[in-house]
Design a protein around this ligand. Structure first.
Ligand SMILES: *[C@@H]1O[C@H](CO)[C@@H](O)[C@H](O)[C@H]1NC(C)=O
Ligand SMILES: *[C@@H]1O[C@H](CO)[C@@H](O)[C@H](O)[C@H]1NC(C)=O
Ligand SMILES: *[C@@H]1O[C@H](CO)[C@@H](O)[C@H](O)[C@H]1NC(C)=O
Length: 223
C-alpha cells in the first residue's frame, strides 16, 4: 500500500490514524482491484461537501448565539493562519494550476487545521451555554478533515506524486481559546470558526473543480 509512505508527520494520534487508514483502505482497494479515480473523487467530494456544511453550521450557531457587537468593536480580525498557502483566485489562474499542485495546497491547508481543530473541540464546552450539537459538529469537522486529508493523499499518490515534507502554517492565538476572559475567548473562537468555514469551503470548491477537470474533462456545471 503506497499510502503509508505518504504520511509525513509522526505526532498524530495513532488510533485515529489507524481508523482512517482502514476506512480508506476499504475504499481504495475493492476485491476487484483498486478503486477507480472517479470513485475516489466521488468519495472525497462527498466528504468535503459535508465537512463544509458542518463548519458553516458551526459558524452560524456561534454567530446566532454569541455574536455581540460589544466584543468585536475594539478588536481586529487577523488574517487566517492558512493565508500564506497560495491558492489560485481567478478562473485563468486555476486553469493554469496543475492538479497535483492544487491537491498539495489543500493537503497543506488540512494539515494546518489539525492543531487548531483540536483546540477548538476542547474550547467548545468552555463557551457558556454551548450546545451538545455544537460540540458534535466541531468534533465531526475535526474527524472528517483527517479522513479528507487521507483521501486527497490517495488521489495524489495515483499520479505517483507524494506530499513533500515541510512545515504547515501554525495558528497563533490558540492560547486565547483558554482565556478566562469571556470576550477574549469568544473573539478567538469567532476568528477560528470564520476561517474554518472559509477554508472548508475553499477545499470543497477546488475538489469539485478538480473532479470536473479530471473526470468530466471540464464538461460540467458547478453545483
Ligand atoms: C453584549 O455583551 C455585554 C458583555 O459582554 C453585555 O453587557 C451586553 O448585554 C451584550 N449585548 C447583547 C445584545 O447581548
Ligand atoms: C471523532 O473521533 C473521536 C475519536 O475517534 C470520537 O471519539 C468522536 O466521537 C468522533 N466524533 C464524531 C462527531 O464522530
Ligand atoms: C505549506 O504552505 C506553507 C506556506 O506557503 C509553506 O511554507 C510550506 O512549505 C507548505 N508545506 C508543505 C508540506 O508543502
Amino acid at each position: 500500500m503506497p499510502l503509508a509512505l505518504t504520511l509525513p508527520n509522526a505526532g498524530i494520534c495513532m488510533l485515529l490514524l489507524v481508523s482512517n487508514l482502514l476506512l480508506w483502505e476499504h475504499v481504495a482497494s475493492k476485491p476487484t482491484g483498486p478503486m477507480s479515480i472517479e470513485d475516489l473523487y466521488y468519495r472525497v467530494v462527498d466528504q468535503s461537501h459535508t465537512t463544509y456544511y458542518l463548519a458553516a453550521d458551526l459558524y452560524h450557531e456561534f454567530d446566532m448565539k454569541y455574536f455581540n457587537s460589544s466584543w468585536i468593536k475594539d478588536r481586529r480580525l487577523s488574517l487566517c493562519h492558512t493565508a500564506s498557502i497560495h491558492t489560485p483566485e481567478s478562473r485563468e489562474e486555476i486553469h493554469e494550476t496543475k492538479t497535483e499542485d492544487l491537491l498539495k495546497a489543500m493537503i497543506n491547508i488540512s494539515h494546518a487545521w489539525e492543531e487548531p481543530l483540536r483546540h477548538l473541540v476542547s474550547a467548545v464546552p468552555t463557551l457558556p451555554g454551548a450546545s451538545d450539537k455544537m460540540l458534535k459538529r466541531a468534533s465531526a469537522v475535526k474527524n472528517r478533515t483527517r479522513v479528507l486529508q487521507e483521501g486527497m493523499k490517495i488521489i495524489l499518490s495515483r499520479s505517483h506524486k507524494e506530499v513533500e515534507k515541510g512545515a504547515y502554517p501554525a495558528c497563533s492565538g490558540l492560547a486565547d481559546l483558554q482565556s478566562s476572559d469571556e470576550d477574549t475567548l469568544r473573539f478567538a473562537f469567532y476568528g477560528l470558526v470564520r476561517c474554518l468555514k472559509r477554508d472548508t469551503h475553499k477545499i470543497d470548491t477546488y475538489l469539485k473543480m478538480l473532479r470536473c477537470r479530471e473526470i468530466f474533462y471540464n464538461e460540467c456545471f458547478f453545483e
